[in-house]
Design a protein around this ligand. Sequence first.
Ligand SMILES: C[S@@+](CC[C@H](N)C(=O)[O-])C[C@H]1O[C@@H](n2cnc3c(N)ncnc32)[C@H](O)[C@@H]1O
Length: 307
Amino acid sequence: MTAAPALRSLCRSSRALPRLGHVSRPVCIRQARFNSTNSSASERKTHFGFETVNESDKEGRVAGVFTSVAESYDKMNDFMSLGIHRLWKDHFVSSLNPGATNPVGTPQKVLDVAGGTGDIAFRMLQHSHTYNANPNIHVTISDINPAMLEVGRQRSLALPASHQACLSFLEANAEKLPSKIEDNSLDLYTVAFGIRNFTNIPAALREAHRVLKPGGVFACLEFSKVDKYPLFNAIYKQWSFSAIPLIGQIVAADRDSYQYLVESIERFPSQEAFRDMIVDAGFAVAGQGYEDLTGGIAAIHKGIKPL
Ligand SMILES: C[S@@+](CC[C@H](N)C(=O)[O-])C[C@H]1O[C@@H](n2cnc3c(N)ncnc32)[C@H](O)[C@@H]1O
């Protein structure tokens, strides 16, 4: 974490810059510009892909995308990532080792935020029940979008009954979780490929911090930056911006939603900038705070709520 203070001071000194750069600028600068004014949400600006929109409009636009893609979402993930998203999700879940409690069998409460169609939650249940022989886990899939939740609910019917018994669904905005999710109540908070769609990421991180117990873990799997490998980056960008919207058009008859998805990936902060946001929300991170997957196409960030 030696880079963090330097990055933070860079962010602080950059806040006065009148004109901001393009997509690779650190999010701390962007968030300062987009989120820290006193104006109302209808006037404050944020981004929706490459478009600048009113904050109050973003949630509805994102909802439109996921309502539109819900039915084709799982199939499209396989096409777009050539199946690699499955390996990332497997690795993400194994790295969290759900169900491994000390003492063995201690109940574990997990919230999978932006859980959509259930990929992460189902893997966590499988890992806890089978790998750790621990059925004493409860996973709540929460998502703002009822259409995505409904696909998850339907898919969950194929799970073993013992897994279904450990699962619930919740329609909720990650930026303002319902008060029934009490302070200091969860052991693990996961969010996979969801956080880049949020209007106010710092607010969601603060909510994560609120609901986790001291010692609880925040874990995020999200698309990230491949900047360290320029040639690979160029090929990846070409694939993202040419192939993905086209596949969206052919497979799901929905080019615009997949155009938004690739733009939102490009807009998401770098590994280091996002790590600093997690630290700013009050989490402690180990080492550099993140793990790159496939050269940084995706990254896992983890933070621990201090005891
Ligand atoms: C790309 S999907 C990810 C689904 C799943 N986690 C996975 O890995 O396959 C993103 C999800 O984020 C949800 N989402 C977007 N904004 C949200 C918000 N503010 N609060 C909760 N969920 C949100 C969307 O409805 C969508 O289901």
